[in-house]
Write a protein that binds this ligand. Structure first.
Ligand SMILES: [Fe+2]
Ligand SMILES: [Fe+2]
Length: 329
């Protein structure tokens, strides 16, 4: 289950303790602390904060000004801020909302009230995230379908299987749930860059010439270009996967010849999933390999083409990959 990071900002440590003690009843809440503006900005740079509880009377920079600064920065402007203050006059409360707060709690407060208001903001946060994910995955579906209709030489079955293998590998590698979701939703676009390559080359039955192969090799960079400027997490993931799924662990891959962990974990995972599927299915230019032979090949390329740790996981749980193969072939 996803955890939520709550940043409590107060120049008085006792106040922070009181708030954390009330809210820790919810096991999904994780707490971070800051006692001044500088620490607050450090935390928001370092962590992805889900909610901030912000005191007002602090020096030299007060809570209102901290909020205004955060709202001006595209990286932090989405963080919901609840002001908590001993000031309970109308003007102070208004100032709280004007400086970007989503809620205002005056002290002394009732613990239930604090809990309820925090829970509300977190619920809104979850709903927004779900909406975002579903909008993005809809966009991805549309683009992936467009790609299929253009017959980019990548069948929908290939896309399905690669996505399933990659998601399974991500889960077995114990990636955080958010990353597993991103791999599952963005992998269908790994070959979308082929959309700019001539049909003739993509569907060619004979061996490709060097020139034709070089054309095909442009697809990772094209896929990357399509999504690279999107601020959306899922489309960023699509851009990384498109760009890095043909990189090799020893630096012999393309387009950039990245090495080892310089290749994003998404790229390293999809590389194994993609090659495994290409090997085990029939192509115009080759017969399908047996599962055993494909597994041996991947083991052989441990540390050269593929991330050695991921190969180990893949081999150790091979029966699960076999199951997907049987189900989707
Ligand atoms: Fe590819
Ligand atoms: Fe592929």
């Amino acid at each position: 289950m996803r955890e939520f990071k709550i940043l409590i900002v107060d120049d008085n440590l006792d106040n922070i303790r009181v708030i954390a003690n009330i809210l820790k009843a919810n096991p999904k809440y994780n707490f971070l602390y800051a006692t001044n503006a500088q620490e607050t900005f450090e935390r928001t740079k370092e962590y992805r904060i889900d909610l901030m509880l912000l005191d007002i009377m602090m020096s030299p920079v007060d809570g209102y000004n901290i909020a205004r600064t955060l709202k001006k920065d595209p990286n932090t402007k989405e963080i919901p801020i609840i002001f908590i203050s001993a000031k309970s006059d109308n003007e102070s409360i208004l100032e709280g909302f004007l400086s970007g707060g989503v809620d205002y709690i005056s002290k002394p407060f009732n613990p239930f009230e604090l809990e309820a208001r925090v829970d509300n903001q977190i619920r809104i946060r979850i709903a927004q995230e779900e909406k975002m994910m579903s909008v993005q995955s809809e966009i991805i579906d549309i683009i992936a379908t467009l790609g299929e209709e253009q017959s980019i030489g990548t069948s929908s079955k290939h896309i399905q299987r690669v996505t399933r293998y990659a998601t399974l590998l991500a889960r077995l590698a114990k990636l955080p749930q958010k990353q597993i979701d991103e791999i599952e939703l963005a992998t269908p676009l790994h070959d979308i860059g082929k959309i700019v390559i001539d049909q003739e080359i993509l569907n060619k039955q004979d061996k490709l010439s060097l020139e034709e192969f070089n054309k095909i090799k442009t697809h990772p960079a094209v896929g990357y270009e399509i999504f690279k400027d999107s601020p959306r997490d899922l489309l960023q993931a699509a851009s990384i996967i498109a760009h890095e799924h043909h990189e090799a662990f020893d630096g012999s891959g393309y387009p950039r010849g990245l090495k080892g962990n310089a290749i994003h974990i998404y790229g390293r995972i999809v590389a194994i999933a993609d090659v495994f599927d290409v090997l085990t299915t029939k192509r115009a230019y080759k017969e399908a390999w047996s599962l055993e032979k494909a597994k041996e090949y991947i083991e052989l390329e441990r540390g050269s083409k593929f991330d050695p740790d991921l190969v180990e996981i893949f081999v150790d749980h091979f029966d699960q990959f076999e199951k997907i193969y049987k189900k989707y072939n």
